[in-house]
Design a protein around this ligand. Structure first.
Ligand code: GLU
Length: 501
């Protein structure tokens, strides 16, 4: 029977998750759901110097907001917990010891100063210091010392680390679902520290041990971890454990130029790189994106369905997703395209739902009075949403539904406001005054009748009327606007404009 699919997202709580992290979580989630598997969240907090308060909660909140919650993880133990490595501290030493007894790892007593000295010394000679087969016997470790000497040092409480004994002259054949076969010569690898002098495992040891204990079947993570794959494979072999399958996701690249997308790119170009705001950094949520839009654009960063289809909700993604269709090449991030996705999801929301969001914005702006009731706002939304990418665009697109314009577009005034316009507008006021039923349709019929009777051209009436009602040559069907703001308001705007212009 094939192994149950169990994948994990294993962030380190060193700060807010970048959207690249969310993309990794999403691909894990999709893979798990596609194969009826489990999506595990594991918090890799062994590096206590880099621990950032609040980062773990941020990760959980971000997954939640995106709609890709974990099945197992902190607070949701399914028998594989705890899910924070700091709470699993007691587990790792045993495995480091096991590697020592298997002859796959060794104690090293070199002080930080000494290692620093070697590093600088090598640098001065134009070389790089690598702790491995070619110098390990000249360094201060249990391979160069006798077992008696080693024992004495340990019993005396001397600081030590445990290093992996990288095999010499081996060709490793690694496999990655996305990248295919990879061959590595073990002689280029260094003897990585597995266990630190502070009693904590390093990322490599903890990661392998936990993936094994948590029965992870597939490791899906960012390309930046590809260089660690050789060591991880060697560790699985050293323990004689089954190796999970690996898939290293392509980097997310800057919108322009070379290199991977960074927080600075977002700041420079004014787009978020975090799902939720964190201190001064804007999040997608706060920027007015819908989680569906974020999920949709992230899914297409490095994966494609093999068709032209671009709009996918989460369920469709689960069906369409496969690791085989994830590409190797970096995926260029396009901030404009993210807006296009949001536009799409915004159009699909109900007017009532959008109106509720808009009402919060109106309240913040302190827009009172006028016919501001639920139906009115629903109607406004239905008339302007087509031009909006975000709910935050609504106000600029619709302020004239709530208050008279406080200025008039100068270019439009020059073009539309002629010598005879005030007279025409005055006559129009009289017409509007006489209309009982001020519905959009009725006003339209009667005003058009009047234009016809007076043998006026539409161009002499409609553009200046739009200008005085809206303040600029924009907006939906003008009679809809008149019907919405009502007779009194329409007339008062015209009169006010006549006196100003
Ligand atoms: N803790 C690592 C990170 O912060 C996890 C890498 C992995 O998935 O193996 O990304």
């Amino acid at each position: 029977m094939p192994k149950k699919v169990r994948v994990r997202f294993a962030p380190s709580p060193t700060g807010p998750l970048h959207i690249g992290g969310i993309r990794t979580a999403l691909f894990n989630y999709l893979y798990a759901k596609k194969h009826n598997g489990d999506f595990v969240l594991r918090i890799e907090d062994t590096d206590q110097n880099r621990y950032v308060e609040g980062a773990e909660q941020y990760i959980i909140d971000a997954l939640d907001w995106c709609g890709i919650p974990y099945d197992e993880g902190p607070g949701k133990d399914s028998g594989f917990g705890p899910y924070r490595q700091s709470e699993r501290k007691h587990l790792y030493k045993k495995y480091a010891d096991e590697l020592i007894s298997r002859g796959k790892a060794y104690y090293a007593f070199d002080t930080a100063d000494k290692l620093d000295f070697h590093r600088k010394d090598h640098e001065a000679k134009g070389k790089t210091f690598i702790y491995n087969w070619h110098n390990r016997l000249k360094l201060n470790n249990s391979l160069s010392l006798t077992s008696e000497e080693t024992k004495v040092k340990i019993e005396a409480g001397e600081d030590f680390v445990i290093r992996f004994l990288t095999p010499k002259d081996e060709k490793l054949h690694l496999k990655d679902i996305i990248r295919g076969a990879i061959e590595i010569d073990t002689n280029i690898l260094d003897d990585k520290v597995l266990f630190k002098s502070d009693g904590m495992p390093t990322y490599h040891l903890a990661n392998i041990v936990d993936d094994h204990l948590m029965q992870i079947s597939h490791v899906i993570r960012g390309e930046e971890w590809l260089p660690s794959l050789a060591l991880h494979q060697l560790l699985y072999d050293a323990f004689e454990w089954d190796t999970p399958e690996f898939a290293h996701l392509p980097l997310i690249m800057k919108p322009v130029g070379k290199g991977k997308l960074s927080k600075r790119d977002g700041e420079k170009m004014g787009f978020p790189v975090f799902p939720l705001s964190w201190n001064d950094s804007l999040g997608y949520r706060e920027a007015g994106y819908f989680p569906e839009a974020v999920i949709n654009f992230l899914a297409l960063l490095g994966w494609n369905p093999g068709t032209e289809k671009e709009i996918f909700d989460l369920e469709e993604l689960v069906i369409a997703f496969s690791l085989e269709r994830v590409h190797k090449a970096g995926a260029r991030f396009d901030p404009e395209k993210t807006k296009w996705f949001n536009h799409h999801y915004l159009q699909n929301k109900t007017d009532t739902g959008l109106a509720e969001l808009f009402q919060l914005e109106l309240a913040k702006k302190g827009i009172p009075g006028h016919p501001v009731n639920k139906n009115y706002i629903d109607k406004v939304v239905s008339l302007i949403k087509e031009r909006a990418n975000f709910v935050s665009d609504f106000w600029d697109l619709s302020s004239y539904f709530f208050k008279a314009p406080d200025s008039f577009d100068e270019k439009a005034v020059r073009k539309q406001w002629k010598d005879d316009t005030p007279q025409i507008m005055n006559d129009l006021v009289a017409v509007l005054n006489g209309i009982e039923d001020f519905s959009s349709e009725n006003v339209e019929t009667l005003v058009k009748e009047w234009i016809g009777k007076k043998e006026l051209s539409f161009g002499k009436v409609m553009p200046p009327l739009r200008l005085v009602i809206v303040g600029a040559m924009k907006g939906p069907h003008l009679f809809d606007i008149l019907g919405m703001i009502g007779k009194q308001e329409s007339i008062s705007r015209i009169q006010k404009a006549i006196s100003i212009l």
